[in-house]
Design a protein around this ligand. Structure first.
Ligand code: SF4
Length: 422
């Protein structure tokens, strides 16, 4: 086990003071206010999203300081298996390359038994959670969602089930003709622990209409999330950015998430998800679509989210699947405090062209976190501590899906160590 390198507090304080001194007056004023614990409004959020150069550096240092104040130096991860039970979907969202028609080559609908098998395999490899999501398959009945939960919970009662986006809930409600609250309460009764707050994309009507004609509206997304929180199902909150959107949409989205949180307290974390453009119709056909966020936009999204959500949602997750492990590690210095899940199998981002592998094992998570000078902690879905790895390492296990020869997602750590030694 290598000793972590952690910059001393005085180094960080000097870096923050220096960055603030170099920032422009309007940006410094907003950041000083945030550092004093005051809330950043939507208009100031837009200003922070538009920063560059010295102003951007000040935003990143302020976000890192607020992160340290709110959650300290622990960086968490969860051992989870993603189970995408079907890739069949009739919605045809422009940004998605995961969903296929049911007669397409490669279309699949996993049997309940197979879903249970995968959950059991995850449990046997040390997984504490399965994250179950799928497309909107035209042939599944409304009670399919309950049956998935029953199949998993009958086979592995101890595993935590985090499942079903608000769009899937909307679909299940429509198919089952149950009231929303009853449908959610029934799933909770069948073993649902919490929900991914995906399908949020950007909570802006005009942008959503361009992303997909039929997609759940921003208001419907909020109604379902509030109802879920109301029956005691907590959820994550997400944003998908870097396509046809911009700073005004991002600040409004985070402001709306914060307003929901003030009412319900049901969000566990905020997860920025950069748009993966390869192989998507949105990028191919929309003349204003961008090829995903820039590096600077990724930095700003994690940092401004930290600053705007401080005190309301204090877990800011970075997605290594979207950004890659190296960039994900960089985000830990810019406001993020959680590396998300080990995943074991990941299908959705890979289908859209992300190339960052299907799994980072617990031992690898710990190495990434420790190399960033932080304290690695395995958490459960709701951010309770499973194991603190400050003084020991997890057992080494091979990835569930073998990697191609020569593929090492942690190769960047050696490169950085070699550069630091020069
Ligand atoms: S994003 Fe979800 S709802 Fe839209 S096409 Fe893909 S799988 Fe279907």
């Amino acid at each position: 086990m290598n000793a972590p390198f952690a910059p001393p507090p005085s180094f960080r304080a000097e870096a923050l003071a220096g960055a603030l001194a170099r920032a422009s007056t309007p940006v410094r004023r907003i950041l000083d206010s945030a550092l004093e614990g005051r809330e950043i409004g939507r208009a100031d959020g837009v200003t922070l999203f538009e920063t560059e150069g010295a102003d951007l550096e000040a935003v990143l240092r302020a976000a890192d300081a607020v992160r340290r104040d709110r959650v300290g130096d622990r960086v968490t991860f969860v051992t989870v298996r993603n189970i995408n039970f079907t890739n069949v979907c009739y919605m045809a969202c422009q940004f998605c390359n995961f969903g296929v028609r049911k007669d397409a080559a490669g279309a699949e609908l996993l049997s309940l038994d197979e879903v249970a098998n995968r959950a059991e395999e995850a449990w046997n490899r040390g997984g504490t959670e399965v994250c179950i999501q799928g497309g909107l398959h035209p042939d599944i009945p409304g009670d399919h969602y309950r049956k998935l939960l029953e199949a998993v919970k009958t086979r592995v009662p101890q595993i935590y089930v985090h499942a079903f986006s608000p769009f899937e809930i909307w679909y299940g409600v429509r198919k089952s003709r149950m009231a929303l609250r009853d449908f959610l309460a029934d799933l909770k009764d069948a073993g649902l622990g919490s929900m991914p707050g995906t399908a949020a994309e950007i909570l802006d009507t005009e942008i959503r209409l361009q992303l997909t004609r039929n997609k759940l509206s921003a208001d419907e997304w909020e109604t379902i999330i509030r109802a879920a929180h109301g029956v005691g199902l907590r959820s994550t909150a997400t944003i998908m950015y870097g396509h046809i959107d911009g700073p005004a949409h991002w600040a409004a989205h985070i402001d709306r998430i914060r307003a929901i949180q003030k009412d319900t307290g049901g969000f566990t974390e905020f997860v920025p998800l950069g748009f993966i453009h390869e192989r998507t119709r949105l990028y191919r056909d929309h003349d204003k679509a961008r090829p995903g966020p820039t590096a600077s936009e990724n930095l700003k999204m994690h940092a401004v989210a930290r600053l705007m959500l401080a005190g309301w949602i204090d877990n800011i997750q970075v997605s290594w699947v979207k950004l890659g492990p190296e960039m994900a590690q960089t985000m830990l210095d810019c406001g993020a405090n959680d590396l998300g899940g080990t995943l074991m199998n990941e299908s959705i981002s890979r289908a859209a062209g992300a190339g960052h592998g299907q799994e980072i094992t617990s031992a690898e998570m710990v190495r990434i976190i420790r190399a960033a000078g932080r304290v690695p902690v395995q958490r459960n879905t709701l951010y309770g501590t499973v194991e603190d790895f400050s003084d020991h390492d997890p057992a080494e296990i091979a990835p569930l899906v073998g990697r191609a020869a020569g593929v090492d997602p942690l190769a960047f750590l050696q490169r950085r160590a070699a550069q630091a030694a020069v």
